[in-house]
Design a protein around this ligand. Structure first.
Ligand code: ACO
Length: 430
């Protein structure tokens, strides 16, 4: 017989039996789906700290032990052996592709890289210094105005085409945001290049001059994209799922995910880390900023530190730190004061009682900005880079959700704490 929990009211002695739901790994969950219907009770959990909103077979995280797996494969093994599109295939279809399947998948993605010619004119409408994330949200949302032939979300083939389009076109849109910012012509994609090489081409080539990325740059981008590809029910993925639960089209859902990712507590942290390091400026100021981070009356937080789920090292941060050293050693011959500052700040924080007690460790974004900067990607594009990679996770979750027969429209409840019923007072009597 399945384990049950019995909740009891300490005053009335009234009890509620709750079934336990267990997955293949990770903590069990109390099934409270009947709680309101049967007992008129709600569960209260702001920030969803103890709430599982769905079952999912895409990604597994054990935050206490610093474990991250995509479809069962440890992130370290994927980082060491895979490229981004292989991981994208794994996340979307559940299995690593064979050679033939990978070639076919790469071919399909490269055939979808162009955006409609009229979409290119949208970029002219944005202010020259618009934040690229703002442009990303607008242009991605607009895709539903173009690709009407794949918008039947209940047709698995339509969902698949939309997923391919999204994964293929997001880098094109992202690079166009950058080109708009720097006032250069938008570059067409090159389908003879791989996913990361093509993105770097669209970013840094011009009609007058080709850009040949180094092997290390492509390797670093692949790693960052793999590590950012999915992270189960984080804020932006949950946003995509919630938007999609109403039956909204996939392009609108991904635009909502990009909007959620932009916040500094989420994907915006990589840009915020670099700003913070620049503000700290010098190792001699570390103590002052650590004190600010610990001061409850100061809003300053150590950006790139802490994570809702990881209460141990974020395994992605360890991999990125290694790559950071490699990239800086190969791509910049000068001594890098930002990396030195970041290393020392990390060392001081990890020895500080405040950070130890709260289990605050560097997260995925602590070092990613330093790599992006070494690749000449400007700080306001860092979160865009995250969005390119996370698009794969978003579409995988969106598709999983739509094909799950138990999924209903997402509709959290609330505990109302406002005014009791009162009568309308005419304006001249208030
Ligand atoms: N600097 C200083 N103190 C911190 C930090 C930090 N970066 N992060 C958490 N704390 C403290 C909080 O003040 C709180 O202290 P208290 O218990 O004395 O009140 C305690 O640690 C717990 O923090 P919460 O905010 O409750 O943790 P939560 O799980 O809600 O937040 C978050 C996690 C948002 C990531 C937080 O750690 C943070 O703001 N970090 C900085 C931003 C960042 O790097 N975000 C990227 C996350 S990774 C990603 O999205 C890809």
């Amino acid at each position: 017989m399945a384990d049950k929990y019995i909740l009891s009211n300490s005053t009335t002695g009234d009890t509620v039996d709750l079934n336990l739901i267990t997955g293949t790994d990770g903590p069990a969950a109390l099934d409270i789906t009947g709680l309101y219907k049967e007992r008129g009770l709600l569960a209260y959990d702001p920030g969803f700290v103890s709430t599982a909103s769905c079952t999912s077979s895409i990604t597994y995280i054990d935050g206490e032990r610093g474990i991250l797996r995509y479809r069962g494969y440890p992130i370290e093994q994927l980082a060491a052996n895979s490229n981004f599109l292989e991981v994208a295939h794994l996340l979307l279809y559940g299995e690593l592709p064979t050679k033939t399947e990978l070639l076919e998948f790469e071919g399909i993605i490269s055939q979808h890289t162009m955006i409609r010619e009229t979409m290119r004119t949208f970029f002219d409408g944005f202010h020259y210094n618009a934040h690229p994330m703002a442009i990303m949200i607008g242009v991605t949302g607009s895709m539903s105005a173009f690709y009407h032939d794949s918008l039947d979300i209940h047709d698995p083939r339509h969902r698949e085409i939309s997923a391919h389009r999204m994964i293929a076109k997001i880098p094109t849109i992202a690079a166009a945001c950058y080109k708009h910012n720097v006032g250069e012509p938008i570059m067409y994609p090159r389908n003879d290049l791989d996913y990361c090489g093509n993105f770097l081409h669209m970013m840094f080539a011009t009609p007058c001059e080709e850009y040949v990325p180094s092997k290390t740059a492509i390797e670093a981008m692949n790693l960052l994209f793999i590590l950012h590809a999915d992270h189960e029910q984080n804020a932006s993925t949950s946003t995509v799922r919630l938007a999609g639960s109403s039956g909204a089209n996939p392009f609108a859902c991904i635009a909502s995910g990009i909007a959620s990712l932009w916040g500094p507590a989420h994907g915006g942290a990589n840009e915020a880390v670099l700003k913070m390091l620049e503000e700290i400026g010098d190792v001699s100021n570390i103590a002052k900023y650590i004190a600010k981070a610990k001061d409850k009356n100061d809003p300053f937080r150590l950006m790139g530190f802490g994570h809702r789920v990881y209460r141990n090292f974020d395994p992605r941060a360890t991999l990125i730190r290694e790559m950071c050293h490699k990239v800086l050693a190969e791509l910049s011959d000068e001594h890098n004061p930002l990396l030195e500052l970041a290393s020392q700040l990390e060392e001081v924080a990890l020895k500080d009682e405040y950070f130890i007690e709260r289990k605050l460790y560097p997260n995925v974004d602590y070092y990613s900005g330093i790599i992006y900067r070494a690749l000449n990607i400007p700080a306001n594009m860092f979160t865009v880079m995250f969005a390119i990679a996370r698009t794969v996770g978003w579409v995988a979750h969106w598709s999983e959700m739509i094909s799950d027969p138990s999924q209903r429209i997402g509709r959290p409840r609330q505990i109302y704490v406002g005014a009791k019923e009162r009568d309308y007072v005419p304006i001249d009597k208030r």
